[in-house]
Design a protein around this ligand. Structure first.
Ligand code: PLP
Length: 403
């Protein structure tokens, strides 16, 4: 073949939108209805965007047809800086805030600017797989620290520390976690941040679900707990503000920035190379952060997300040979298939067979860099009745499934 993918792509994968999608598309083209439970896209399940965000963006459109500053418009960056200041983050200036086309673009820039061939980045397993993919794309090595299902999916700091080498540059902390729904206690975060402090690691704190918390759980910002550690905090509008399609996110740099001048110059250059983020969507940030936080209504008892989380968790645990730790945050449940009951050797095939038989699309655990084929992730975004139907069909499928 004349045109082949670059060698940089070997080992890079992103299974949330992986090859199974082609089969789902073909089924739909053939007239089937496919329940797509693979991407955390609130709009797809009838969650409406807060009205003030839409109105602010529409009002701003006439002024939003030119490029902006590469880091983003001042009003948006100021809103992010103030937002973190009210949460106790210190020393954050508008210049330390970069806006992006979603957190995804900023993750890619932040890793590209840091990682040389062979450099290592500590990433949780399971992870939101973009972190592993962009690390490998940058020539780096994703070193996974294992999160412990029997400890509510918290990582063991001793395991994290044991995996540090002289090539380790950074640690990724995803809290609240996708796919497990774990919300890390303050003491655990302090231990992880102390490891970063002692080993001179940059912290990538992916906190996009910081407002999607259940059962009174509290989210602790890494930047607040460790103001002396270089930390890039990522968040955006896709989840709590239900406007994933706007592609609007930010990163905020805190800690000893003077020790990272070269890195931050590199990041600024990458920001300039993408010219600027989509300008109308930047106007949504100020409205989102300054307005009423309507996500709270959805996550409290009686709220739609809370009820769906409960009903999904109960239905999953009712399937023989399936168990699931109760998610404390985010929009997913990561369920375990007991290997004594379900002998799965290839979980990608499991997901494909489920799609073909039941017309339900979920994501296999190994797609989140989980080391064995014994988990799957389901969204908790659909209406509770739809979730129960989907999960009971998954149960029916599993009861007759052999590999
Ligand atoms: N980080 C985590 C943990 C996510 O789950 C996601 C999306 O699912 C993202 C980042 C990317 O979000 P965005 O839509 O802002 O690119």
């Amino acid at each position: 073949m004349r045109f082949t993918p670059s060698s940089k792509l070997s080992g890079v994968c992103y299974e949330i939108r992986g090859p199974v999608i082609e089969h789902a598309n073909a089924l739909e083209e053939a007239g089937h209805t496919v329940m797509r439970l693979n991407t955390g896209n609130p709009a797809q399940f009838g969650f409406e965007a807060p009205e003030e965000i839409l109105q602010d963006m529409i009002r701003s459109l006439p002024e939003a047809h030119g490029y902006s500053d590469s880091k983003g418009i001042l009003a948006g960056r100021r809103a992010v800086a103030q937002h973190y200041e009210t949460q106790g983050v210190t020393g954050l200036d508008v210049d330390d805030v970069f806006l992006g086309n979603g957190v995804s673009e900023l993750v890619s820039m932040a890793v590209q600017a840091l990682v040389d061939d062979g450099d290592e980045v500590l990433i949780p397993a399971p992870d939101f797989p973009l972190w592993t993919a962009v690390t490998r794309l940058a020539g780096g090595k994703a070193v996974h620290y294992i999160c412990d299902e029997s400890a509510d999916w918290c990582p063991d700091p001793a395991d994290v520390e044991a995996k540090i080498t002289d090539r380790t540059k950074a640690i990724v902390i995803i809290n609240p976690n996708n796919p497990t729904g774990a919300v890390y206690p303050r003491a655990l975060l302090e231990q992880l941040l102390d490891i970063a402090r002692r080993h001179d690691l940059l912290v990538f704190a992916d906190e996009i679900y910081d407002r999607i918390l259940y059962d009174g759980r509290i989210h602790h910002n890494c930047a607040v707990l460790a103001p002396d550690v270089l930390c890039l905090t990522f968040s955006g509008l896709s989840k709590a503000y239900r406007v994933a399609g706007f592609r609007s996110g930010w990163l905020a740099v805190t800690g000893p920035k003077h020790e990272a001048r070269g890195y931050l110059e590199g990041l600024t250059m990458l920001a300039a190379m993408r010219l600027c983020p989509n300008v109308p969507a930047q106007y949504a940030i100020q409205a989102a952060l300054g307005g009423r936080q309507s996500i709270t209504d959805l996550v409290l008892p009686g709220g739609r997300l809370h009820e769906q989380r409960d009903r999904a968790w109960e239905a999953l645990n009712a399937i023989p040979g399936v168990s699931c730790v109760k998610p404390q945050g985010a929009l997913y449940a990561f369920a375990r298939l007991d290997p004594k009951v379900h002998k799965i050797h290839d979980d990608e095939k499991l997901v494909l067979d489920l799609l073909l038989q039941e017309k339900i699309q979920i994501v296999q655990g190994t797609g989140f860099n989980w080391p064995s084929p014994d988990h799957f992730r389901i969204l908790t975004l659909p209406h509770a009745d739809d979730l129960e139907t989907a999960i009971s069909r998954i149960g029916r499928f599993l009861s007759g499934y052999r590999q």
